[in-house]
Write a new protein. Structure first.
Length: 230
């Protein structure tokens, strides 16, 4: 039985205590910790990598939506809030559920049961990105190319591209991005998208199935050759 790792994020201590109380009866669930604001939650999620978070929306400082934009490891999300006007926006980011305070026991049980089934059945790492007023929940496996753009990374998926505030160095260390190879200081590509490998003298490039050509630096070419031999 897979253990479901949970973090509770709410600025109200009473609300956090109530969620923890309701979670106690689920032996499959382990509460890793609680956070009272987005800053605490961001550090906790990055270090503990929970499967599921219970997330308030309106909090001092950054909102729950603002928090999701900063995460390169995106847990599954159940929103818990006293305001119903965010419901459509919540489901736009593929939240598992949207619970209104005060949370009824039977409603909570239904949401958690569905979350456990979904986490145990399909757990594909994703990233949440807000771009020019639109929200994208993107599976890392669907991204073919990542490029460095100053303090951002540009993610290419299909014919689309969005910017996320992170660095290629951080993404290279992210376990969710293990399918990517660092071609150079400025680019990473998804090895599942390789169409062909082109070699000429001491240079190496890969052609992706989506048509992009990616040059591999001389230093990384040696690493890539060794990787392909394994």
């Amino acid at each position: 039985m897979k253990k479901i790792k949970v973090v509770i994020i709410d600025d109200e201590q009473g609300a956090r205590m109530e969620l923890r109380r309701m979670l106690k009866v689920y032996a499959q669930v382990t509460v890793l910790g609680e956070a009272a604001d987005a800053d605490q939650a961001e550090l906790m999620i990055r270090s503990l990598r929970p499967d599921l978070i219970f997330l308030d929306i309106q909090m001092p400082g950054r909102s729950g939506f603002d928090l999701l934009e900063t995460l390169d490891h995106l847990p599954h999300v159940i929103f818990v809030t006293a305001f119903d006007q965010y419901a459509i926006r919540a489901f736009e980011v593929s939240a598992m559920d949207y619970l209104m305070k005060p949370v009824r026991e039977e409603r909570f049980a239904k949401a958690l049961s569905q979350a456990i089934d979904r986490i145990c059945g399909r757990d594909e790492p994703s990233v949440f990105v807000k771009d020019r007023g639109r929200y994208h929940l993107i599976k890392w496996k669907d991204i073919q190319l990542i490029e460095s753009v100053e303090n951002y990374a540009r993610l290419w998926f299909g014919n689309n591209q969005v910017l996320v505030k992170t660095s290629l160095n951080k993404l290279e260390q992210n376990p969710d991005c293990k399918m990517f190879f660092r071609a150079s200081r400025g680019q990473m590509f998804n090895m599942d998208f390789i169409k062909s490998i082109l070699k000429e003298d001491n240079t190496m490039s890969v052609e992706l199935t989506t048509g992009e050509m990616v040059h591999i630096s001389e230093r990384q070419a040696t690493k890539f050759r060794n990787l392909k031999r394994q």
